[in-house]
Design a binder for this molecule. Structure first.
Ligand code: 5AD
Ligand code: SF4
Length: 449
């Protein structure tokens, strides 16, 4: 069978899709281009209304392939699948499988049964209460990408119920994976040559605090993974400010391979709005975390998520968000206009901010952020660092081959080198020469390793 997979949304979806590809390949299926595919898999995101709309237009596009081959069918996974469920079977008759994030473990078998004709339509929408290990995590060792970077799931779901957020409804309650399974998987990855691991979960700082927990905290887990021999870089995402433990903050100064970067979603700089968002921290508490992080690791690069135009947000609230962005000096931020999501508490909150007002605020915020980003990248000029090469740069250079990689904080660095191949997965010592809008240019200063 030839299949094509499209992924929307967060890193967890990207990682889930990667697993699904490997699980299907181990059954003899083959990933193919759109014009050859017999099965289309769409892994969906419903966190905001824009990604959700994209899912529907993608399904509209897939429908056109029925003209080429009437047996073409689709599987819809992820958050929109969880939300709409069997409704997809009516809206798009060529959809034969829907699976939520807890159902994905059984999706490969369900696809096989559909292809064999044993089953016509399958819905895998039940939530589980304990993290379900997926088949063959070792499979990843064989098919690891050349970049020697890997993502490892440590949990599923979220218990926070921030008032704007659909995730607890689409991904279910928090379920921590067993720490020994996580460390074993990381160990196997490092043994196979992986140099950089990102631990993934919706709210990694509350790892172990659900009923799947076995008394191992996130700080303990970080330490165990960090100690793996041969692991050069360790990252994690996403963090919630209310759950970040002092031991995790100090870990940034203690664990050599823990990368100096943290994505710490602020959402708003106004205490009133934070309260309405049910974030359970104040801006002072948030700022004391930032102080702690900067004390532990002065070169830490901070990034964040911001929602503008949350119901009830006044110009003064918004101004406080701008102030906070300046005060923290985020290196970059992802900012979104608030959008109502079905079933969340904020749907009933008033007054809604007019869309033009929200757009105008978003623009002001992004202009401010661009200035801060420019300055903080500029400050890196002249510094020595090292870059893990991921591939060729988008723009090539007449003086050699331009390679793209990341510094320890995750910034993109382009380096021109004589080598035309064989650099992916190597670490290169680099001096930063020039800051661009969202990336850096550097020169190689020594031997790769
Ligand atoms: N409207 C706008 N942005 C949202 N996010 C989550 N839910 C909403 C919503 N209803 C943003 C938050 C979160 C990021 C992944 O998406 O900033 O951190
Ligand atoms: Fe959504 Fe809040 Fe959970 Fe993040 S912590 S996934 S914003 S409910």
């Amino acid at each position: 069978m030839k299949f094509h997979i499209t992924t929307f949304g967060c890193q967890m979806n990207v990682h889930d899709s990667g697993w699904l590809v490997r699980a299907l390949e181990s059954r003899g299926w083959e990933e193919a281009g759109e014009n050859e595919a017999q099965v289309f898999i769409v892994n969906t995101c419903s966190v905001r209304d824009k990604p959700e709309q994209k899912v529907y237009s993608e399904l509209g596009r897939i429908a056109a392939h029925l003209k080429r081959d009437e047996n073409v069918f689709a599987a819809v996974g992820g958050c929109v699948a969880q939300q709409i469920g069997r409704g997809f079977f009516e809206r798009f008759p060529f959809v034969k499988l829907v699976f939520g994030s807890d159902g994905i473990a059984n999706a490969p078998n369900a696809l096989e049964r559909i292809v064999e004709g044993a089953e016509n339509r399958v819905a895998l929408l039940d939530f589980v209460s304990i993290y379900e290990e997926r088949e063959n995590p070792e499979e990843r060792v064989v098919s690891i990408s050349e970049t020697r970077q890997a993502f490892v799931n440590i949990m599923q779901g979220c218990d926070n119920f921030c008032s704007y957020c659909i995730v607890p409804y689409t991904r279910g309650r928090q379920k921590s994976r067993r720490p020994d399974a996580i460390v074993d998987e990381c160990h196997a990855l490092v043994e196979s040559g992986v140099r950089e691991i990102s631990l993934l979960g919706q709210n990694v700082n509350s790892f172990g605090l659900d009923k799947g927990g076995v008394g191992v905290s996130f700080a303990d887990l970080l330490k165990s993974v960090s100690e793996l021999n041969g692991l050069d870089r360790l990252r994690f995402t996403t963090s919630h400010p209310k759950d970040i433990a002092p031991e995790v903050i100090t870990a940034f100064g203690e664990l050599d391979n823990l990368c100096p970067s943290l994505h710490l979603p602020l959402q708003s700089g106004s205490d009133n709005i934070l309260k309405a968002m049910r974030r359970k921290y104040t801006k002072e508490r948030y700022f004391s975390i930032i102080d702690g992080l900067k004390a532990a690791r002065p070169d830490i690069a901070l990034t964040t998520d911001i929602i503008v135009g949350f119901p009830g947000e006044t110009e003064d609230d918004f101004q406080q968000t701008l102030d906070m962005i300046e005060r923290v000096g985020y290196e970059s931020s992802f900012s979104f206009k608030y959008s109502d999501r079905p079933g969340v508490a904020a749907v009933n909150m008033e007054p809604k901010v007019a869309p033009e007002e929200a757009s105008e605020r978003l623009m002001r915020l992004q202009t401010l952020q661009n200035n801060i980003t420019r300055n903080s990248l500029k400050n890196l000029e002249g510094l020595e660092t090292h870059v893990l090469i991921e591939g060729l740069s988008r723009k090539q250079d007449e003086n050699g081959t331009s390679w793209k990689g990341r510094d320890p904080a995750g910034r993109i660095v382009n380096v021109v080198m004589d080598e035309t191949e064989g650099m992916i997965g190597l670490m290169i010592p680099v001096k930063i020469l020039e800051a661009k809008k969202h990336s850096l240019n550097g020169e190689r200063t020594g031997e790769s390793w």
